[in-house]
Design a protein around this ligand. Sequence first.
Ligand SMILES: *[C@@H]1O[C@H](CO)[C@@H](O)[C@H](O)[C@H]1NC(C)=O
Ligand SMILES: *[C@@H]1O[C@H](CO)[C@@H](O)[C@H](O)[C@H]1NC(C)=O
Ligand SMILES: *[C@@H]1O[C@H](CO)[C@@H](O)[C@H](O)[C@H]1NC(C)=O
Ligand SMILES: *[C@@H]1O[C@H](CO)[C@@H](O)[C@H](O)[C@H]1NC(C)=O
Ligand SMILES: *[C@@H]1O[C@H](CO)[C@@H](O)[C@H](O)[C@H]1NC(C)=O
Length: 759
Amino acid sequence: MAVQRLGHLTLPLHTLLLITLLLLNASATTSDQPPIPNENLLVLTVATRETDGFKRFMQTAKHLNYTVKVLGTEEEWSGGNIPHSIGGGQKVRLLKDEMQNYADRDDLVVLFTDSYDVLFAGGPEELLSKFQQFNHKVVFAAEGLIWPDNRLAEKYPNVRSGKRFLNSGGIIGYAPSINRIVEKWQLQDNDDDQLFYTKVYVDALKRLSLNITLDHKSKIFQNLNGAADEVELHFEPTRVRTRNIIFDTLPVLIHGNRQTKHLLNYLGNYIPDAWTSETGCTVCNEDLLDLSTLDEYPSVTVAIFIERPTPFLPEFLERLLTLDYPKEKLTFFIHNKEVYHEKHLHKFWEKHKGDLQMKFVGPEEVLSEGDARNMGMDYCRQDPGCDYYFNIDSDVVLTNPDTLKLLIEQNRRIIAPMITQYKKLWSNFWGALTPDGYYARSEDYVDIVEGNRVGVWNVPYLAHVYLIKGTALRTELKEKNYFNQDTMDSDMSLCRNLREQRIEKEKGSPTPESCHMFKPPKGIFMYISNQHEFGRLLPTENYNASHVHADLWEIFDNPLDWKEKYIHPNYSNIFTGKVVEEPCPDVFWFPIFSETTCDELVEEVEHYGVWSGGKSEDKRLVGGYENVPTDDIHMTQVGLDQVWLHFIREYIAPVALKLFSGYHTKGFAMLNFIVKYTPERQAYLKPHHDSSTFTINIALNNKGIDYQGGGCKFHRYNCAVESPRKGWSFMHPGRLTHLHEGLPTTNGTRYIAVSFVDP
Ligand SMILES: *[C@@H]1O[C@H](CO)[C@@H](O)[C@H](O)[C@H]1NC(C)=O
Ligand SMILES: *[C@@H]1O[C@H](CO)[C@@H](O)[C@H](O)[C@H]1NC(C)=O
Ligand SMILES: *[C@@H]1O[C@H](CO)[C@@H](O)[C@H](O)[C@H]1NC(C)=O
Ligand SMILES: *[C@@H]1O[C@H](CO)[C@@H](O)[C@H](O)[C@H]1NC(C)=O
Ligand SMILES: *[C@@H]1O[C@H](CO)[C@@H](O)[C@H](O)[C@H]1NC(C)=O
């Protein structure tokens, strides 16, 4: 081939000149032609179903002022299973019928295009002017891969550069010429349209007499199959184009043929002006459902999946009640796979059984995650009164009470609120896919996650929390099993089913029938919205459900939720208000723990149960001896030492800095322990100093309720604090000035948590 091409280049000089002159002449001719008026353009497409892709096509047409005539809307699709295999003859038949009406219209230009997987990127004037520059009666789209019969490849004329093979997804031409091509169609609806046109084109006589050419360089038609690396988004202030960087063209129609649907979906988030840098999202508010115009709110099945041990589950459950939505319109389906969480669900059930409709499926059912999700979805599908199915996994923290309403208002078949892990880029969607269907980062992923681009985005994967229309479950999604396929995880399985991904053999495979491995495309787009702040996603990997209260350990992985659950609600007032008290000189008193923290700490150590007994010999200590022993359990014994030290650095150190101005604690403490005082064992502690720079002493239960007596006395000042408050801490210097004693507990049991900071 290379030798041959070199041969061409060594043409005599006068021949080259002649060719050059001819080319110049040709382009001179076209620019002399008067432009074709927009009224002379007829756009035709075939659509038997109003898929999301079709709606998007029509939206781009409307934005660019095209008028589209849709053929086949009243017909059932009988054109085979494209693009699995050959088929599409129905499209030719419909076009043939239609073109009879325009057989004599010399002035009429017809654009015939696919629509489920096509969008307009440029307007009618541009289209017509580019068509005129071809100086042919008919122009077909082109692509680099031949289909469906690769034996025809050698019959194609050679091209010096550009795409060589015909693609029937886009045709533009004068009406009489197109009519002359399609009037020859005699085949069946499920015969192949592309093969039919290809045979016309590769027949040199027909090609010349019908004056047909191909759009080799994607001036009008961009097929994405095999061309993903050739295209990039090209941002203009209020317009976004797809640029072909090989041919330096801005194609007018973009076609996501074969396995490039998700690339087209990505481009479609921008083109032609769906999102631009100047306008932001222009399509987010189209076709909204205004809830205020409805007589009553739609009914929603809220399906909750607890598929693994999850931190902060009680808080998750209670938060569901904060959704701003009429409770009588909500039905809860709850699948819990974890025995550990049964106590949490039981408590929730007891509290709300009177006012919520709930169906529980517990761990005793031994359902796989996929089976459980299928069951939940079916729960809505089978109930004609179920308008929406709202899936929410237990690791989702929905902080926006309007989430459900906002999603319903978007009026999409499937939509998810975007959530991310706290201060991380990890989210509940993917922007792109690898060729084999796994995660890939799209160019806009970080901008979407960080909110630099705000909108409603068509994405190939979403999970954890999403809303599906009940009608979709009863029509397009009526098969019952979307979650159990292969060994894939259940959300990946669902998304693969939805996004029209199929396994397909290489083009030109002689046995396309063998490719029918998956069901036909659903034509459903998955959207994710980052128009609002919705909440966050909890990391769960390190959660250790062997503890009684495993959430206590989550200070590292889920610091925000830890703080909300465990730190006293008035803690932050220490730095702004007058919360801190000083009951004795240099003995400061402030709120630090919530009630829950106190209860859980006590339960955790009581569960461990090995109290020291208040003996002076103490194997836990380096010296093996304690002068003033308490009856206690060390944080190291229950595995809470690292958590505790982190707590001191995060929450105690700032208080110490404020109260002992200028003292920066290293937040170091060797002795952190929980003491138990009770008349039956040890009731008091004799006067002593602490081996600390300062000591914190946190009351973990209530005087008068849990015990009588107790308190702390500071001898130098002859000052005692006799009514400690649960969740409040003392902070006082450990040595020299603050000799103190633990006053006797006279009844019940008193617990305190103590740390000797900076020994
Ligand atoms: C579409 O047509 C309207 C009215 O003729 C015009 O105002 C608008 O600018 C046109 N839009 C485009 C994208 O050409
Ligand atoms: C194709 O048609 C154009 C007019 O539309 C004409 O100028 C050109 O010569 C024709 N080309 C061939 C190869 O017939
Ligand atoms: C989980 O906690 C249990 C009980 O405290 C402990 O024995 C175990 O080592 C922990 N597992 C991990 C992986 O940290
Ligand atoms: C927090 O402080 C406010 C105002 O002083 C008080 O009313 C409220 O009870 C405090 N909250 C708790 C949990 O103690
Ligand atoms: C000790 O506490 C128990 C239960 O908390 C109570 O019944 C009893 O009366 C108390 N005894 C005294 C002496 O206060």
